[in-house]
Ligand binder design. Structure first.
Ligand code: NZQ
Ligand code: ZN
Length: 379
């Protein structure tokens, strides 16, 4: 086992009607709130009106920033930070999926400084951050219980991650009922994303049998209830199971006893999101089978063990890859870029962006010749 430090300061509020204490929780941080949300799902669902009514009844002053895009961009982060700074906000209320909560993490560190939030992605440390309270509306990324944020900078051709002990949300509110309106495709991408987070831990460095068991349990939960949810999208109980699994998949637990996860598939997947706006979870179901095929000889035992444990029968690495790929397809997720009707002469731009973004894994290291083969396997 590798040495590790466990730190997770997020207060998680989970369950039906859990939002009843949102206003009083925000009040603990002050009276001026920056309400950040996305393209409109919160208005459509009525959640926006409910929250505004709650905040008004608490006498809280609200300013807002809306329009955060899926695969969020630095321009929105910087513009929202200006709104927060001008209104001297005490706390950020982030309501949405990973894109809104990730953006809010960088907004929180950018409000107290004068530079662009992008500086944090290029080595500037965060010394101060406005507290964040999150309301999660999409089960997928685990951002609600971790410090990470992933943002794109199209001017520089990069999609990068940042995290600091200051960028954990103080509180995250998870009412599975708020995910009942997530459409089928994003529900499937969320299930795939949480599974991929477990795989990234599995392929990391560290012989940690207990954390391996966490990985297998979380993935099995998703493999059982994910397909059931996809044929019954209004089922609260299945939404609850997937939401819980997604949070546990990336809150640190699966990493205990490892010095690093791998994250090579995420790193490559980000390129597809950056260049073609591929939804995050879909980018992972496209890259994972290709990545396992390409690196099979280096990690054959680990792939075979993963498949055998997940499917409860002895499988070779090859059989495991086919079973995992078939499972992703059964969710309705793409396993080739062409499945999303993204085609043409894509090798060169993808290769160049992989070089530019220094795509790599923490354990299974990649060279430029690996990029070419990998691309050939997922186009
Ligand atoms: O913008 P709105 O209108 O809110 O619509 C969103 C968006 O179109 C919609 N949506 C969200 N909640 C909904 C809903 N639609 C109906 N009902 C609801 N209740 O869903 C769409 C996707 O939302 P988004 O937030 O983009 O999805 P997700 O949660 O998958 O977040 C993806 C982003 O998170 C990053 C990804 O790279 C990507 O940028 N990640 C963050 C991680 C982290 N912080 O730890 C780890 C992940 O590996 C990932 O990299
Ligand atoms: Zn992910």
């Amino acid at each position: 086992m590798e040495n590790f430090i466990a730190y997770n300061p997020v207060t998680l509020h989970f369950g039906k009607n859990i939002l009843s204490t949102l206003g009083t929780t925000l009040k603990e941080y002050g009276n001026r709130v920056l309400f950040v949300y996305g393209k409109g799902s919160v208005k459509k669902s009525g959640l926006y009106d409910r929250i505004i009514a709650d905040l008004k009844s608490q006498g809280i002053e609200v300013c807002e920033y809306s329009g955060i895009k899926s695969n969020p961009v630095i321009e929105d982060v910087d513009a929202a930070a200006v709104v927060g700074r001008e209104n001297n906000v005490d706390v950020i209320l982030a309501v949405g999926g990973g894109s809104v909560i990730d953006s809010s993490k960088i907004i929180s560190a950018t409000i107290p400084v004068e530079h662009s939030g992008w500086n944090f992605f290029t080595g500037t440390k965060a010394f101060k951050a406005v507290p964040i309270v999150a309301v999660l509306t999409l089960a997928a990324t685990g951002t609600e219980m971790n410090p990470f944020a992933v943002v794109s900078n199209h001017a520089l051709g990069q999609k990068s991650a940042f995290g600091s002990p200051l960028t954990f949300p103080k509180h995250s509110f998870l009412d599975p009922a708020l995910t009942l309106t997530v459409p089928r495709d994003y529900t499937a991408y969320g299930i795939a994303d949480l599974i991929a987070h477990c795989f990234e831990a599995w392929f990391g460095i560290g012989d940690t049998t207990l954390a391996d068991r966490f990985v297998i349990s979380i993935v099995k939960e998703a493999m059982k209830y994910g397909p059931m949810l996809l044929v019954d999208l209004q089922n609260y109980e299945f939404r609850e199971k997937i939401m819980f699994a997604a949070t546990m998949a990336l809150n640190g637990m699966t990493m205990y006893g490892r010095s690093t996860g791998d994250w090579g598939v995420h790193s490559a997947g980000h390129i597809l999101s950056l260049l073609y706006d591929v939804p995050h979870g879909a980018s992972l179901t496209i890259v994972y089978p290709a990545w396992m095929r390409h690196f099979k000889d280096r990690i054959a035992d680990r792939i075979a063990q993963l498949g055998s444990e997940l499917f409860d029968e002895p499988l070779t690495a090859d059989q495991s890859i086919v079973r995992i790929e078939t499972f992703f397809k059964s969710l309705g997720c793409p396993v080739r870029l062409a499945d999303l009707n993204i085609a043409g002469d894509l090798r060169k731009p993808i290769f160049e962006s992989m070089v530019h973004n220094k795509v790599n894994g923490g354990n299974v290291r990649m060279l430029e010749e690996d990029y070419s083969e990998l691309i050939g396997l997922f186009l």
